[in-house]
Design a binder for this molecule. Sequence first.
Ligand code: G3H
Length: 249
Amino acid sequence: MRRKLVIGNWKMNGNRAANAALLAGIVSGLKDVNDRADCAVCVPAPYLAQCEQELNATAVAWGGQDLSIHASGAYTGEVAASMLTDFGSKYVLVGHSERRAYHGETNELVAQKAVVALAAGLVPVICVGETLEDREAGNTETVICAQLQAALEVIPAEQLSNVVLAYEPVWAIGTGKTATPQMAQEAHYFLRGCVARKSEQVAARIQILYGGSMKPDNAVELLAQADIDGGLIGGAALKAADFLAIIHA
Ligand SMILES: O=C[C@H](O)COP(=O)(O)O
């Protein structure tokens, strides 16, 4: 039985005061679900220190939203894996569709980032998802398979069990349009099958999160699907009550 995992992706939102209130709200509301679900927030890099300070010794883990493939050096604006772990990060998102779309991240670069994250002891949350155009052209499986396959090719089999996948249809992100539970389940089942081609054992264990306008009112049905192991939450992760309602779902 796979544990559920709910990760809040704050994207480029937050400030010290708002974060403190949000984190305190999450921590205080979480107390009774720890044995059933794990929870984390992926925050803008400047706020990792705040997470370390305020979430240390709580059930809420934290992490980054991206990382560099380089260890250090002249890469202005980038954040190294060692900097994320320096502040106690457990997770890091890789290949979020906003990184792919606005920063030109390719499947190969995303795969490399996952390898670098694993080598640093981080759990990479590898995000895949099709655009509306892909879906309407009947290319959903081809696209998400290629995105995942690039990572599967370079991640050593023995490290694959430390990976989390997130299926995020691009057309559902921040739009209020959620994939139906059936559509999401189909994609998750398909992705699990792709992992099974590399390792059936890992496929049975790997957590595959759904992301894309998951809210308190649709979370129960989405999370009830056999292959949906949690959520990667954007907008609804910015309000403690909504985020907690999804975790309780
Ligand atoms: O990483 C989170 C996803 O992009 C989902 O964002 P959203 O919940 O605001 O649609």
